[in-house]
Write a protein that binds this ligand. Sequence first.
Ligand SMILES: [Zn+2]
Length: 326
Amino acid sequence: MTKPKKYSFNRRTLSYELEKVSPTGHLGKALAVVALSFAILFSYMWATSALHKDLPKTFLLRMANVRWQSRIEVMARKMDAASASLDGIARRDDEIYRSIFGLSEITPAARNAGISGARRYEELDEKNPSLAAAARRLDLLLKKAVVQSRSFDESEALARRAGEIAVSIPAICPLSTEPGTFRFSSPFGMRNDPVYKGRESHAGVDLASYKGNPIYATGDGVVESAEYNKGYGNSVIVDHGFGYKTRYAHMNAISVKVGQKVSRGTHLGYVGTTGKSTGNHLHYEVIFRGRPVNPAGFMDMEMPYEDWKTIVEEVPVQKGLRKQYK
Ligand SMILES: [Zn+2]
């Protein structure tokens, strides 16, 4: 095949003439093609090196991945914040709501149960560690939320029994508040032991009074024990439920039996000096979840004697004894 020939119209001669291409024209075209090729090659090389030696498509995918990665991190931070506020709610729940109703605290282990040791993210761990970590955080968050909502259900159920709690938790003075019938002789906390000397922790308060003065239950409950022992002498423990118990010690005589239901104001016995005691007094303890607490916080001493009288049974001074206190 021969190369196609080019003709051009000559206006002067008014005829078509065969076009003659100069050798320099051929060379120019060839050079232009080579230059363009180099330009494309260099720009491609520049692009691949400037864009981290990636092909354009890889580069775009990498950029998309970086965006996803940062979104996952933002989500993880939000989950951490939600988790922290949930921890705050859990703390308040344990310290306030659960303690008001005498529920035991939910241990951190129980709150986070079933979280550690989960193997379901092992595959994700290799492919996308930050996504695996975010998934774990989300799981922990959901678990905490479920535990918390169950805890609130429990508190709510108890809140419905608030009236019952109000009559059960110790709230009045166990002895008549008639002026001149007793005095606080020893406070709660550290003190010098009156019998064996030395420092000791006093688990209750002492109310020095006269022998035979009636003692009353300070809240509704059940008599857990009514017995004599060396230390407390004749003593009664009332279980009020909701984590509360009260102890009445050194009684001259006990008037209730184990298992007996008592109300606030039920007569329990009489003031005496049995057991480890130096004189007629009532040793009174309030125990919350097994630990003695200051009874002062559970004794309304502002209550007028007239009001106190309406709460308790009317019981005279123990038979054969006279009402006298010095
Ligand atoms: Zn005492």
